[in-house]
Design a protein around this ligand. Structure first.
Ligand code: DCC
Length: 197
């Protein structure tokens, strides 16, 4: 039986062209928020995922599975793997498109077990946009950029206004996030994002 459930992207799209001020290929992307479970330094049991901009519409991320990420003994929990893809795909959207967006839908395809101690090399790409909808997909290669694909994912991100975060989130944490964002941009000599969807 085919693992592909429907055509992707599922609707007609335009090419997702990276923002003219998107970080250039080779740029190491910093932590976007210190308390983020996906990438934050202050999230002790977090994934500590790290990302680098690739050529074209791609972001490369890597994440090493620790004992804190187990489901079955010695194996990564599937939900945590989905989290790693959410982060990697979100990083591609946020950094390449430079628009605030949230995950509307995330679909994962688990192809091989991912043992504790292994590193997933996740290649995330922009597949197209349709209005506020940004379609992205990724493959996670086991232990090397050209290793076997262990997990694949496809996601829809929806562009939102910053009020999405100020209305629903924690205003104090939002200030911390803004500081981190500013610091990342300064370190890379970049200017700020477009703020409206
Ligand atoms: C440097 C930075 C680094 C940044 C690095 C960041 C990395 C972090 C990564 C983690 C990201 C997350 O986990 S984000 C957290 C998890 N996600 C969330 O909490 C989102 C919760 N959901 C929502 O708030 C909402 O449902 C929204 C915003 C997604 C959509 O609501 P809305 O704004 O009212 O818009 P709505 O009209 O419903 O949807 C807009 C369009 O998307 C479609 N749409 C919406 N959801 C779906 C869906 N599940 N499946 C299909 N289609 C959908 C609608 O049909 C519509 O299509 P059409 O009618 O236009 O055709």
């Amino acid at each position: 039986m085919s693992r592909v459930s429907q055509p992707w992207p599922p609707v007609p799209v335009e090419p997702a062209v990276p923002h003219p001020k998107a970080p250039s290929p080779g740029t190491e992307l910093g932590v976007h928020f210190a308390e983020c479970f996906g990438c934050g330094d202050e999230a002790d049991a977090g994934l500590h995922l790290r990302s680098t901009v690739g050529e074209g519409q791609v972001v490369h991320s890597r994440f090493t599975v620790t004992a804190a990420h187990q489901g079955a003994p010695g194996l990564a929990h599937g939900g945590l793997l989905a989290c790693a893809f959410d982060e990697a795909l979100g990083s591609a959207v946020g950094n390449l498109m430079r628009r605030p967006a949230v995950t509307g839908k995330l679909e994962t395809d688990f192809r091989r077990p991912v043992p504790v101690g292994s590193t997933l090399f996740i290649e995330a790409r922009l597949d197209g946009i349709a209005g506020r909808k940004i379609y992205v997909s990724a493959d996670g290669h086991l232990d090397a950029e050209d290793g076997p694909v262990a997990v694949s994912a496809r996601a829809l991100f929806v562009v939102v206004g910053f009020e999405h975060f100020s209305t629903h989130g924690d205003p104090q944490a939002l200030e911390k996030l803004a500081e981190q964002h500013k610091k990342n941009l300064q370190q890379r000599g970049e200017r700020d994002w477009e703020i409206n969807p």
